[in-house]
Design a binder for this molecule. Sequence first.
Ligand code: SF4
Length: 503
Amino acid sequence: MNSNFIDNEQNIYQHAPAAEPERQLYFMEKARTLLKARFESMLASGEALNQYGQEMLDKMISRQAYGTFCIQTFGCQMNAKDSEKLAGILESIGFIEVDTETADFVLYNTCTVRENANLRVYGRLGQLGALKKKHPRMMIALCGCMMQEKEVVEKLKKSYRFVDLIFGTHNIYQLAELIYRRLNQKKMVVEVWEGTDKIVENLPAERKYAFKSGVNIMFGCNNFCSYCIVPYVRGRERSRNPEEIIKEVERLAADGVVEVMLLGQNVNSYGKNLEHPISFAELLRQVEQVEGIRRIRFMTSHPKDLSDELIAVMKESKKICPHLHLPLQSGSSRILKVMNRKYTKEQYLELASKIKKEVPGISLTTDIIVGFPGETEEDFLETMDVVEKVGFDSAFTFIYSKRTGTPAAAMENQVPEAVVKDRFDRLLKLVQETGSRVSGREVHTVQEVLVEEINDHDSSLVTGRLGNNTVVHFPGDASLIGTIVKVSLDEFKGFYYMGTMQP
Ligand code: SF4
C-alpha cells in the first residue's frame, strides 16, 4: 500500500470513540476515505480500468465502491454468520464483493475443528502469496478459529510474511479498525485475543439469503468435550441479551426474512450468564411472537441439558420446525464418559424416544465420531445399537481427528487407521439403511415448502425444504424463491421428494 494514502494525522486514534460500535463506525469512515483517495488516483492514472475492466469499474462507480473483496468461509454456520458481518463491514468501508480471489482484499474465515482444515488453508495461502506478487496492492487477511492457535500465528508470521492481517474469533467486529491500522503501517497486523466478555451489537451485516438468516444467540462453549477444540478457540459462553436478539429478528422480518436459525455451540445453555437469566425455551417463546417469521430453527442442542420445557415449547409451537440436530458422538457410555459428554447411552435413548413421542413426525439428525481413542469393537457396536434404536433421518459421521491442545490428543490407545476405516464404512451403511427406513414418511401428503433456489440440474424446477429440513424439487420459477408454498409430495427418492405445487 503506497504511503501516499495514509493518514498523517497522528491523533486519529485520540479522536476515535472508545465505545463500540461507534469506534468501528468511526474507523469505517476513516478507512473509506483512504480507499476513496486511492481509487480516485487509480482512476486518474487509468490503472483502475486495467485492474477492474470497464464492466466492474462501471459497477463500482455506480455503487460508490473503491475496491473489491472476496471472503472464503470454512467450517460451521457460526463462521458463515461471522462472514456475513465481515462482509457488511467491508461493504461499509467501500469494498464490493466479488467471487474470485483476484480481489483487492481477500479474507479467509478459517475453521480448525479437524486437522485437515488447517492444511487446506496453508495450501490455499501459498497460491494467494503467488497472486499477491502479481498484485502488490492486494491485502490478505486471516481470521476465525484457526487463528486462535498460537503455533499457527507464529508459523504465519515466520513463513507467510505476505499476509497483511491476522485476527481471531473474539474481535471480528474490529475489522475496520484493523484494516485502517494496516493501511497506516507497513507491517503485518496481528490482533488475536485470548478471550472476551464483549458482544458488540448493531454492526452492518451482509446477509447471504433474502428470505432466511442465522441469528447468533450466544458465543463460546463451556462443555470441554475432550476431543473438541471449540472451547479453546471460541472462549467461554456468553449470551446476547434477549432484547437485542428480538430486535434483530424483528429487523429481519421487516426485511422479508421468513425463517431464522438461532445459532449457538450449545443453545440449551442460553441465558445462563445474563443479568436476568432466561431459558432457551423462554427465548423461543419470544421469537415465536415476532410477526412475519414463519419458521424457527436452532442448532446445536447438547443432549446433556435438553429440557422438558424445550420439548414442550417445540410441541406447542406453530413456527418451530420439526427438526432437531442432537449430536450423539458415541453410543458407548464408557466412551461418552471419556469424551466428557455428561450423558449415558440410556439417557440419550430415553431423550430421543421422549422427543419423538412428544413431537410426532420430528426429524432427528445427529453427529457421530468413529475411532475415538480407546474405542473397542464393543464400544462401536453400542454406537451401532443406538443408530438402530433411534432411527435418525440422517447423521454426520466423522473419523476422530486429533486436535493439539485437547485432552483426547494426549490419550493413549489411538485406534489404528484400518480399524477406524472399517468401522466408519459399517456405520455409514447402517445410517443410510435406517435413514431410508424412517425418512420419506410424508410421501403422498401435501406439505409446506420454503422455496430456496432454482434447481441446480434442471432450471424448470425449484428446490426447497420442508419444516423437517427434507429437500423437495418441483416445477416452478424464480418468482417462488423465498415464499412458502403448499406442495404435494408425489415421490420419495431416498433423501429428497419430487412434488407438485398446489393452487
Ligand atoms: S459442546 Fe462439546 S463438541 Fe460442542 S462445541 Fe462444545 S466442546 Fe465442542
